[in-house]
Design a protein around this ligand. Structure first.
Ligand SMILES: [Zn+2]
Ligand SMILES: [Zn+2]
Length: 173
């Protein structure tokens, strides 16, 4: 392979960084990383975590919330009980807390996981004009896609992408 072929494309480059950032998460259930990119410049990084100075999941365990959710499998609807950790601020929300509005205008967010409805709603109002993600989050995907379309925000899943091996931590679901 020539040096040019070895060079990573920008999508891979920024998604790799998002995965590296996700390894900072102390929640054993989910590791999410997000980065803010303006042009080709990295303007911020964030991961899911408890507020600074507050006990995190590694110290006090996850804060579990149980909810029934409608899951559709092969056209069959089913109510399934799901557990989620609600201790952490989601990576996307932390990214918004730690970046400036002016930097976000017209920017892109690379995030390891498809944003949940709340994060998507906030991103849609944040100045960001492109969201690129890797792992799917089927629970909210149809309403999130619909909103992004209405807002004219480019919303892309990176297919054929392999995260760096060292960032793939085992998480419980
Ligand atoms: Zn947790
Ligand atoms: Zn979220």
């Amino acid at each position: 392979m020539s040096a040019i072929e070895l060079r990573k494309d920008w999508d891979t480059y920024f998604m790799d960084i998002a995965y590296m950032v996700s390894t900072r998460s102390r929640c054993p259930r989910r590791h999410v990383g997000a980065v803010l990119v303006q042009g080709k410049k990295l303007l911020g990084t964030a991961y899911n975590g408890a507020p600074m100075g507050v006990a995190d999941c590694s110290e006090e365990g996850c804060m579990i919330s149980e909810e029934y959710e409608l899951v559709v499998t092969d056209g069959q609807e089913e109510m399934v009980k799901k557990q989620r950790c609600i201790r952490t601020i989601h990576a996307e929300q932390n990214l918004l807390l730690f970046t400036d509005r002016i930097d976000r205008e017209g920017s892109s967010v690379y995030v390891t996981d498809e944003p949940c409805w709340t994060c998507a709603n906030m991103l849609a109002n944040s100045g960001v004009t492109e969201i690129v993600f890797h792992r799917s989050y089927p629970k909210d995907t149809s309403k999130v896609k619909n909103m992004m379309q209405q807002k004219g925000i480019s919303f892309r899943k990176l297919d054929n992408y392999q995260p760096p091996r060292e960032t793939m931590m085992t998480v419980s679901n």
